[in-house]
Design a protein around this ligand. Sequence first.
Ligand code: ZN
Length: 311
Amino acid sequence: MRYFDLHCDTMTECYVRDKHIGENDLHIDCKRAAVFDTYVQCYAVWLPDNLHGSEAFQRFCQVAERFTAEIHSCVQSMSQCQTPGSLELNAGQHCAVLTVENASALGGKLENVAEFARRGVKLCSLTWNGKNELGRGVRAPGTGGITPFGRQVVEALELNSITVDVSHASPELFYDIASMAKKPIAATHSNSKRICRSARNLTDEQFHVICASGGLVGLNLYKGFLNDDADKANMDDVLRHAEHFLSLGGEDVLAIGADWDGGAKEDFAASGIEDIPELIELFLRHNYSEALTDKIFFKNAADFFKRENLL
Ligand SMILES: [Zn+2]
C-alpha cells in the first residue's frame, strides 16, 4: 500500500507539545507508519497569525530543527526527502518532506527563501487564515489579495523550486498568485465548495485554474471541510469530494492532504476517517480501479514532485 500526504501539522505539534515522531498520541508516528509499504508525508512548519518578523523566522528555524532531530531519532525507518531522485532512493521508507504553512515564517525578509530551500522546503503558502505582509488569508476581514512583497516572494519561491500552496488564500490572493505564477500551483489541503461550503474549500473555477496550471489538490479529512454539518462528516464525504473533482477532470490532479493534527483529534475521528487503509478500501469498494485509487493516494503527488524536479 502506497500513501502520499501533502499536508499535516504533526511536526509542529511535536515541537509545541514536546512529543516525538517515533511514538506519540498525535495522528502520525513511525510505529503506525509501518502499515504502508511506501509512505511520503509532507510535514508543515505552521505559524500562527500573531507571529511576525524575527520572532516568526526564529519559530521556523526551531520547528525545522526539531523536524531534523525527530527524523534522526527514527533513522532506521524514516528519512527526509529533499533532492531530486530521493523518492526512488528512499522507497519503502517513511519519507518526510518539509513544507511551510504561512510565509510570515520569512520574517519579512526575501533572502530567507534561500534558507527555506536549504532546509528542503518543497511547498509554501503565503498566508495562514489571517492577513500578513504577503497577502490576505481566507478568514481575514476585508478585501484584497497579494502585496508587493508577496509578489517578490512568489517569484523567489519559484526560482528556488518551492511550489506555492494556495490552500489558505483569500479568493483575491488565489487569483493574484494564479495569474503571476509561472509554475504549477497546489492547494495541498482543500476540498470542494460545491460539496461543503466552507470558505477553506475551492470553487469549481479555482479547481480548473489549478488543473490548468498542472498543479495538485489534496483532499482534506477535517470534518469542518467535509460536510456543511461537520458533526455528520464521515468517510463517504471524502468520496463525494473526490467524485466531484473527478467529474471536473481531476484524475491527474487529485491527491490527499489529510491535515492531520491541524485540529483536535476528535475532529477527524468521524466514522473512521483517520484510517487510511480503510479509506483506500472504501474507494476500491466503490468501483474505483486500483490504478485510479493509487493515483489519488500516491501517484499523482509523486509524479508531480518528480515532474517539477522537487524530489
Ligand atoms: Zn491548514
